[in-house]
Write a protein that binds this ligand. Structure first.
Ligand code: MF3
Ligand code: CO
Ligand code: CO
Length: 280
């Protein structure tokens, strides 16, 4: 009887249980590091080219060629039917903006979101760029989004709770008068582009995650921060572009994080990108 009961309980538990986040061993961590390193180098290559006058489609082609020339695979291209190599999200576009032929203009803010597959491993990062000169409200938003990323990363502790990431991000944004997008989250990645754990950038009122952060987990932190409402809408024609509901500005930064025994290791960083404490 005891056996039967525990079998039933186990079956009930499994019905509601989510698949567990993969824990990567040393060899797998080396694969993750290489993929993210390349992704960060791609960002380094693009960064000086993000200027007024260039189109997001030109940036997309540059990213495609750099990736292919190095023998790697653009992860977004063809992913669930996505048509391009990178996502380019301008001004009120929250995420998943499709590159197009409109030149970037002074005053724009544009997020480039890059994901590459290297030897089967994924690296994912994004950065928001200011096409100077920009208005002070745009600069402030980008600053808060950048600082939110680091508030989230600083809340990552081995054997701590995953919900602390969202709590720290939400606090940082809220007290400064900004809102946090809820429909799109960070995600585990590795052999898969999107897997467990889901990483909310806020604390859900319903069913907050009970995940404990463990060494060997790899996931992104990628808060999307808005000047107006947190609510978003999906473009009904292309079914990809996500905009703020009130068309207020949105900014985002993303890093791929490996949790090690001694804390979070930011994998998608090189010496050239903006570092914690950077002032825009
Ligand atoms: N890079 C995005 C993320 O951070 C995902 C883009 S999926 C695509 O998760 F299909 F739009 F490319
Ligand atoms: Co991304
Ligand atoms: Co991501």
């Amino acid at each position: 009887m005891k056996g039967l009961w525990s079998n039933i309980m186990q079956a009930l538990g499994q019905k509601n249980a989510r698949p567990k986040a993969p824990i990567h061993n040393e060899e797998e961590r080396a694969g993750l590091r290489r993929a993210s390193r390349f992704n960060a180098q791609l960002m380094d290559f693009l960064r000086p080219q993000v200027k007024a006058g260039i189109t997001t489609l030109e940036l997309d082609r540059i990213a495609y060629e750099y990736t292919i020339d190095h023998g790697h695979t653009p992860a977004c291209l063809g992913y669930k039917g996505y048509p391009n190599t990178i996502c380019t999200s301008v001004n009120e576009v929250v995420c998943h903006g499709i590159p197009n032929k409109t030149p970037l203009r002074e005053g724009d803010i544009v997020n480039l979101d890059l994901t590459t597959i290297v030897d089967g491993w994924h690296g994912d990062s994004s950065e928001t760029f200011l096409i100077e000169p920009v208005a002070e409200d745009a600069r402030k938003l980008v600053q808060v989004a950048f600082d939110c990323l680091y508030a989230g990363i600083d809340a990552i502790h081995p054997y701590g709770k995953l919900t602390e990431i969202g709590r720290a991000i939400e606090r940082h944004a809220r007290v400064r008068g900004y809102s946090v997008v809820q429909e799109y989250q960070g995600h585990g990645l590795g052999r898969e582009f999107h897997q467990e754990p889901g990483v909310p950038h806020f604390v859900p009122k319903l069913n907050p995650s009970t995940v404990v952060i463990e060494p060997g987990m790899c996931f992104t932190v990628e808060p999307m921060i808005n000047t107006g409402t947190w609510r978003t809408m999906l473009d009904k024609y292309d079914k990809w572009t996500v905009r703020t509901m009130d068309l207020s500005l949105s900014a985002q930064f993303e890093h791929t994080i490996l949790v090690t025994e001694s804390g979070p290791e930011i994998l998608t960083m090189t010496e050239h990108g903006p570092k914690q404490g950077h002032q825009f």
